[in-house]
Design a protein around this ligand. Structure first.
Ligand SMILES: *Cc1c(COP(=O)(O)O)cnc(C)c1O
Ligand SMILES: [Zn+2]
Length: 384
């Protein structure tokens, strides 16, 4: 089967494009891949690699696939942590086990493969660290040049990791949104492929869908709640899209409630959610959090936040925030009860789930999955 019927479609004006090096629509809207033939896809419930789902991913030729054996991460029944906090069916999806130590390897594998398919030689991206290290590794494997725009205060471990994989590193003054702007400028000027992991690149988000397939394969059920650390939120959106596809394939009937978790020190999406607003606005206050992996003020691409918030509303989920103290408590609790060491952004779902329990927004019997997104060794300065 081939994916030749796939198109990019604008989520705002519905305009369609071929699968080309196109970022947002001419109207400014976010582009999404449409046109998978769900009637003809044969779903494999026992994959041995992520790319066994090729028919559900936007790459045509097998020869273009660049993989480092990402994904198929363990789903761990968190009995110790669960009984401690009062949840009978708590699971951790341990994304720290990916090749470069974060879930970003999933979207990156798609983006770099697509770059090859489009005949592009250079990729560029803005990143708070994990997407940068991931792109650097996959670009190395795909023989592509990789140019990074990262905030000056990116954790040294992530910068070093990216440098060793051979990427060209540009440190940009100010917060993540400044790096985003720079990468966009360079990409347009030089016709490089922009693999920034917001909704800017419509291909990479598709990689996050496979988490939904993996959860379904193992649980043979739809979780009641999935907690996801969110920057702009493509991970959350991608996982939800994966469940929508499972429904289109006739494999599940219900959908999970998606819970986006942000840091109190930078939480533009949560702020709009708490006010019951539809639109998300950029974060204008100072950014002050240890969870650097999700510190995204969304300046200039506020619509990405709105798109994520819309997904949360559609799923009947929640957007919640955690202060650093609770985040770090959750991080230690995850390490000391389950043997999983995550960076603050990666562990923030643990604090999130405790908050939901306390507020009685979830029940002790609910099936709850926490996505733990990045490894603890990537940001050691936070442990004093
Ligand atoms: C990038 C990242 C996230 C957030 O993902 P988005 O899809 O950008 O919202 C969460 N956790 C970690 C560790 C990350 O690196
Ligand atoms: Zn449009």
């Amino acid at each position: 089967m081939s994916n030749s019927s796939l198109k990019l479609q604008c989520t705002k004006c519905d305009k369609k494009y071929k699968l080309i090096n196109k970022l947002n629509c001419e109207c400014g809207g976010i582009l999404e891949i449409v046109g998978y033939d769900y009637k003809r896809v044969e779903y494999n419930q026992k994959p041995v690699k992520v790319w066994d789902y090729k028919d559900l991913l936007p790459v045509n030729e097998t020869k273009n696939i660049i993989t480092l054996a990402e994904g198929l991460t363990p789903l761990i029944r968190a009995k110790n942590l669960g009984s401690k906090i009062g949840l009978k069916n708590l699971y951790i999806k341990d994304e720290t086990r990916n090749p470069t130590g974060s879930f970003k390897d999933r979207p990156t594998s798609i983006a770099i493969s697509k770059a090859l398919e489009l005949g592009i030689k250079t990729v560029i991206l803005a990143s708070s660290g994990n997407a940068a290290t991931s792109a650097a590794a996959y670009a190395a494997k795909g023989n592509l040049e990789c140019i990074l725009c990262i905030p000056e205060d990116t954790p040294v471990e992530k910068v070093t990791q990216a440098r060793i994989y051979g990427a060209q590193i540009n440190k940009i003054q100010g917060n993540y949104s400044n790096s985003y702007k720079k990468a966009l400028e360079y990409a347009i000027k030089n016709e490089w492929f922009n693999v920034t992991s917001t909704y800017l690149n419509p291909y990479s988000v598709e990689g996050d869908k496979v988490i939904a397939y993996e959860l379904f394969n193992e649980l043979e059920a739809v979780p009641d709640y999935i907690l996801v650390p969110i920057g702009a939120g493509p991970l959350l959106h991608g996982v939800f899209k994966g469940f929508e596809e499972l429904r289109a394939l006739g494999l599940v009937e219900s959908l999970p409630k998606m819970v986006g978790v942000q840091s109190e020190g930078c939480c533009p999406i949560v702020e709009s959610y708490e006010k019951n607003q539809k639109e998300v606005y950029s974060w204008s206050k100072t950014i002050n959090t240890l969870a650097s992996g999700i510190n995204d003020p969304l300046v200039g691409y506020e619509k990405d936040g709105t798109f994520t918030l819309d997904t949360i509303y559609q799923s009947n989920g929640y957007a919640i925030k955690s202060d650093d103290k609770s985040t770090m408590k959750g991080l230690y609790s995850l390490a000391q009860n389950e043997g999983i060491f995550a960076e603050p952004a990666g562990a923030i779902g643990v604090a999130g789930v405790q908050q939901l329990l306390k507020k009685k927004r979830i029940n002790p019997e609910d099936i709850v999955v926490i996505l733990v997104t990045g490894h603890g060794l990537k940001n050691m300065k936070v442990f004093k």
